[in-house]
Design a protein around this ligand. Structure first.
Ligand SMILES: Nc1ncnc2c1ncn2[C@@H]1O[C@H](COP(=O)(O)OP(=O)(O)O)[C@@H](O)[C@H]1O
Ligand SMILES: [Mg+2]
Length: 225
């Protein structure tokens, strides 16, 4: 199991009101799974991804990454685990505008200084998504779909076990959304990486081999709702 989230609780304090967002939520993600999570706006999808991505902490519950509880990790260790095992793709791609596509993809490797092997992998990845001739473009010189594909490469450069994608197709037209989903499935088939993808779009959700819905703070099988 790459990820286990057990009995996760999270609420936000809005003034005097306590807003429960995640309530005794459980999720297991084995290698090679594509898990899609639907849910209305405000249901807690981003909150959930941030918590399983260790970017935010739960009020209660446990997260295990590759069988190891993150509760016992130091900040340094957690940063290392995040960098080595998790990749992130967000709706707003968060590419750094002053860096080229190539540099953006190699950013997560800086931690250990970029090795030749990483540059070779980056080269392969750019080929893989058909963007090798765009690698020296700045984000402003790329289309929305191309920027997202670059963001996907950045998420993949350290060969993570699990890619977390928060409404990645939110800003894409149907054609580009389809292309991004095909890419996710192809990556899973080729590298056996796992994905957790949140989405509003039923067509995107359909690519999951496990399709879940976030309702009342918990996850249910989409087929049962
Ligand atoms: N930092 C925060 N402080 C207070 N409330 C928040 C915060 N972040 C999210 N929320 C609230 O938590 C709920 C879930 O938000 P979110 O996880 O962003 O939902 P989704 O991604 O499904 O749209 C929403 O009602 C939102 O207003
Ligand atoms: Mg969200």
């Amino acid at each position: 199991m790459i990820l286990e989230a057990k009995h996760i609780y999270k609420s936000y304090q809005n003034g005097v009101k306590n807003l429960p967002v995640l309530v005794d939520l459980n999720l297991d993600v084995p290698r090679g799974d594509i898990v899609t999570i639907m849910g209305p706006s405000g249901s807690g999808k981003s909150t959930l991804l941030n918590i399983i991505g260790t970017l935010d902490s739960a009020d209660a519950g446990e997260i295990f990454i590759n069988g190891k509880s993150i509760a016992v990790m130091s900040d340094d260790e957690l940063a290392r685990v995040r960098n080595a095992h998790l990749g992130f793709v967000f709706q707003f791609h968060h590419l750094l505008s002053e860096f080229t596509a190539w540099e953006n993809v190699l950013l997560p490797t800086r931690l250990w200084r970029t090795k030749e092997s990483k540059k070779e992998r980056a080269e392969e990845l750019f080929e893989y998504v058909g963007l090798i001739d765009r690698k020296d473009h700045f984000p402003s010189q790329l289309s929305g779909g191309e920027r997202l594909r670059v963001a996907v490469l950045r998420a993949l450069i350290n060969n993570p076990d699990l890619v977390l994608a928060d409404e990645p197709t939110g800003n894409l037209d149907v054609e580009n959304a389809r292309r991004l989903m095909d890419l996710f499935v192809q990556i899973r088939d080729d590298f056996n990486q796992a994905f957790v993808i949140t989405t509003h779009n039923p067509d995107v959700a359909a690519i999951g081999n496990r399709r879940l819905i976030l309702v009342n703070g918990g996850l249910k099988n989409a087929e049962d709702v």
